[in-house]
Design a protein around this ligand. Structure first.
Ligand SMILES: [Zn+2]
Length: 142
């Protein structure tokens, strides 16, 4: 019996996916994301390497995405990703600090209206949340 050779599949990337990767690259560059070898993310190839480096995290996110598909949605709120020590504030599936995607809407908590960030709150998200309250003209987003 012959040993089975690994199979490689050529992927045709649609313009939509390329656009998404471009956006992801810009955000990773802005974030100063680094590859496991310490090099900064610069190219689309780096973006894919970065995603592979963090495969488990991306897989967990994809799983979460699948799970939340049928969940009732809070519009926005605080949520602590499994891989984060902090709570982040999510609007439109993304944290205000831009570092996190796809919250679990069932675990999401609404804005407390606190004026100062709690110890477990992401400072970046909190700063932008305060700005968001101002833009919306409210003390607390419900
Ligand atoms: Zn955050």
């Amino acid at each position: 019996m012959s040993k089975e050779e690994p199979k490689y599949v050529e992927i045709d990337l649609s313009p939509e996916i390329l656009n998404k990767l471009d956006k992801e690259r810009d955000e990773l560059i802005e974030k100063g994301a680094k590859l496991q070898n310490g090099e900064p993310v610069k190219t689309i190839n780096d973006v894919l390497t970065y995603m592979l480096d963090r495969y488990d995290a991306y897989k967990a996110q994809a799983k979460a995405e699948q799970k939340i598909a049928e969940q009732p949605k809070r519009k926005e709120g605080w949520w602590k990703p499994e891989l984060s020590r902090k709570f982040h504030y999510f609007v439109d599936d993304r944290s205000l600090c831009r570092g996190w995607l796809l919250p679990n809407y069932l675990e999401m908590q609404e804005d407390t209206g606190n004026k100062e960030p709690g110890k477990e709150d992401c400072a970046g998200c909190f700063r932008k949340l305060v700005k968001r309250r101002q833009d919306l003209g409210v003390d607390k987003i419900v």
